[in-house]
Every structure is written in C-alpha cells, then in structure tokens.
Design a protein around this ligand. Structure first.
Ligand code: MC0
Length: 143
C-alpha cells in the first residue's frame, strides 16, 4: 500500500528560520516552496532522497492564520512533527481501501498538495495519534 515515506511535516512559527536550521544542520536543499491557501500554510520541501514512486522530503509548515490546522496545532502543542505522509501510487484507491477499514478520512476527495501532488488526510485518532497523509506524486514514475 505504501511505497515510501514521502515526507515528515513539521509545524514551525518562522519558516525562514527553520529552513536555515534544517538546511544547515542536515545539509538539505529546498526544492520547492508554496503558499497553499486551501490548507492554510506557507511551506517548503527539503529533499532527502529519491525512492519508488517519488522522493522523500522534510516539509516545513508555517500557518497562514491561527485558526488553520497548523495554527491550532502550534497553539496546542508547540513546534514539532505535525504529520507523516506516505507515498502511494493511487490516492483515490488507497483512500477507499483504508476508509473501508473504518478509518475516518478527513477529505472526501484528493486535494492539491506540494509539488502538484494529490493528497488526503486520515484522522489521527484512528491511527494511533499520528496525523497521516497519503500522497500521490505528480509523476510517480519519476524518482
Ligand atoms: C489535532 N490532533 C492531532 C493533530 N491535530 N493529533 C496528532 N497530530 C496532529 N497534527 C488531535 C487533537 O489534539 C485532538 O485530540 C484531536 O486530534 C481532534 O482535534 P480537534 O479539536 O478536532 O482539532 P482540529 O480542529 O485542530 O482538527 C484536527 C484535524 C485537522 C487533524 C482534524 O487539523 C485536519 O483536518 N488536518 C488535515 C489538514 C492539515 O493538517 N493541513 C495542514 C497541512 P484530543 O485528545 O485533544 O481530543 S497541509 C500539507 O501538509 C500539504 C501542504 C502537503 O503536504 O502537501
């Protein structure tokens, strides 16, 4: 079902400061930046490696507002790991398979994610407290 860890999403208050920290400490390069209004975030993807169906990244997330998912998370828990995203070949098919097991899907249909991916979230309470994201890369055959 999962081909790789696509990314670890990290909630931060100051995107530029955390880009400096992660790129200098771990020698990672920013390969994409985006403002995603629908998800309420300004984000950056730092490339780690390439694998089956796409790459692996650290994703740094700064909220666009306090009442967005990442804004609420920061207020409640502070900075840190916000979600784990798994690469899948077909996000719609994977949503159906997982939904049939009784896990709540937070999205009825795939939404736009980083680097033109298609994404969907699973409720953290149904998967051991981990906010889980499914990612279908824009071009899964390009690694
Ligand atoms: C909330 N909870 C979490 C959590 N956020 N648990 C683990 N990890 C998180 N990130 C817990 C709360 O502590 C609470 O537990 C319970 O979930 C229900 O919380 P709630 O009061 O309903 O909380 P809300 O309103 O903050 O909603 C949480 C929920 C929401 C996960 C449903 O944030 C959501 O729909 N997220 C999906 C979209 C998203 O996160 N977008 C931002 C990344 P207790 O025990 O206190 O009841 S966008 C992104 O990443 C894109 C750009 C991409 O990858 O391409």
């Amino acid at each position: 079902m999962f081909m790789r860890i696509d990314h670890i999403g990290i909630a931060c208050r100051d995107l530029e400061e955390k880009i400096r920290l992660f790129s200098e400490t771990f020698e990672l390069t920013v390969v994409a930046r985006e403002v995603n209004e629908e998800q309420g975030v300004k984000e950056a993807m730092l490339h780690i490696a390439d694998g089956e169906g796409g790459g692996s990244y650290i994703q740094l997330l700064e909220p666009l507002s306090e009442d967005s998912p990442v804004g609420k998370f920061l207020a409640r828990r502070g900075e840190g790991v916000h979600h784990v995203a798994f690469g899948v070949r077909d996000v719609t098919e994977t949503m159906a398979k997982i939904g049939a097991k009784g896990v709540r899907l937070l999205d009825e249909r795939p939404r736009h994610g980083s680097m033109d991916s298609r994404i969907a979230f699973l409720h953290p309470k149904d998967v051991g407290g981990m906010l889980t994201e499914l990612v279908q890369a824009a071009d899964p055959d390009k690694s």
